[in-house]
Design a protein around this ligand. Structure first.
Ligand code: CP3
Length: 344
């Protein structure tokens, strides 16, 4: 039994004494303890692929910040790698794929499903170890990139401002795009089921680049695959976070997900008008608010909690930035932890 199950109670729609709080990208980046470990290693991949180290940096924010959940240290890019496209993490630049998808043959050659997911034993080992080391303190979140976001990396080979190469494939060869999205989806489902078997208590899908899509394209090339994964994961609660897809939060809520992730451009009171009081949501303070003076940050955090008015997992509207002052991360977390719904 979990000692702190606030996140799971909230995700399952129960009324709670206060909202749970954690931060997207809390493992790594902001903590000096993380940077100390990272400096001793050959690179990012060594950390991701060594279960003992991944476990250690997963638990660091739970120890240091006392957040209500741990998120397994890993990356969304392990899926394209397992499917046959290895990635490199270039210091100061980000991910790079030497080989990308250009033709239908490239898509047909990708490994998928069970066979690809088998390759990620190091992730499952990290989850098993972390679950054991956490000793039921807080729930452990598992995650994956959403199929559209993974397609972006497979085609572009790196980050992009526009993802126009990925969108070009969709407009010129929609049938190919669907074939690729199907293969990613099939792999992601097996992968996430394995993560649940290894100890993940909740699964979050990151559709980080959903915001480059029009409403129509999102509905055809992103949403159906998010829905398929949410439907397949019957064992644990699922959070769908499609950054920038403000136009489709109602469709997302109507899928089999438990929690709708919201970025900071969405207005809490409007979200409640659209989704109703009962829909569990997660988010959505602007990560840059953590650069503001502590008193203002505290005020904005409380305002957000009150505007959502329950059925809410407090988080930022995207990942915390590496240069965020740790003191303000603590102000954010502690403001939520000191809050109680009864006094509103
Ligand atoms: O949330 C967590 O703390 C768990 C760990 C986690 C990482 N990546 C570790 C990481 C998670 C959930 C991710 C997801 C991820 N990775 C996403 C989706 C989330 C989002 O922010 O939208 C995306 C798009 C990626 C791809 C990726 N990985 C990029 C673009 C980069 C480079 C830039 C950056 O974000 O730092 C990475 C590297 C990465 N992944 C780092 C960490 C801690 C930094 C590596 C380092 O220590 O140098």
């Amino acid at each position: 039994m979990l000692k702190n199950d606030l996140l799971l109670r909230t995700a399952n729609g129960e009324a709670t004494e206060r909202p749970p709080v954690w931060l997207m990208r809390q493992a790594g980046r902001i903590l000096p303890q993380y940077r100390a470990i990272r400096e001793k290693l050959s690179g990012f991949k060594e950390l991701v692929e060594t279960p003992e180290l991944a476990c250690e940096v997963t638990i660091q924010p739970v120890d240091e910040l006392d957040v209500d959940a741990a998120i397994i240290f890993s990356d969304i890019l392990v899926i394209p790698e397992a499917m046959g496209l290895p990635y490199e993490m270039i210091k100061g630049k980000g991910p790079l794929f030497p080989k990308t998808i250009e033709t239908l043959e490239d898509i047909d050659q990708l490994i998928s499903g069970e066979k690809a997911a088998q390759d990620l034993e190091y992730v499952y080992a990290a989850l098993r170890l972390t679950k054991q080391e956490l000793n039921n303190r807080v729930p452990l979140i598992g995650f994956a990139g959403a199929p559209f976001t993974i397609l972006c990396y497979m085609i572009e080979g790196s980050g992009s401002k526009t993802f126009s190469k990925a969108k070009k494939l969709i407009y010129q060869h929609p049938v190919w795009a669907h074939r690729l999205l199907d293969k990613i989806t099939e792999t992601t489902i097996v992968y996430l089921k394995n993560k649940v078997a290894a100890g993940a208590d909740l699964i979050q899908l990151f559709d980080s680049w959903a915001g480059v899509l029009s409403y129509d394209m999102f509905q055809h090339f992103a949403l159906p695959y998010l829905r398929k994964i949410a439907t397949a994961l019957t064992e644990v609660p699922v959070t769908l976070f499609a950054k920038g897809a403000w136009h489709s939060i109602k469709s997302i809520a109507e899928s089999d997900c438990n929690v709708v992730g919201l970025d900071w451009t969405m207005i809490p009171t409007d979200v409640r008008k659209t989704l109703g009081a009962k829909q569990v949501v997660q988010g959505n303070l602007d990560p840059c608010y953590l650069y503001a003076p502590a008193a203002e940050l505290k005020k904005a955090t409380l305002q957000m909690i009150q505007d959502f008015g329950g059925s809410h997992i407090t988080n930022l509207g995207h990942g915390v930035y590496p240069d965020t002052p740790l003191d303000n991360v603590k102000v954010f977390v502690n403001t939520v932890k000191e809050f109680s719904y009864q006094v509103v």
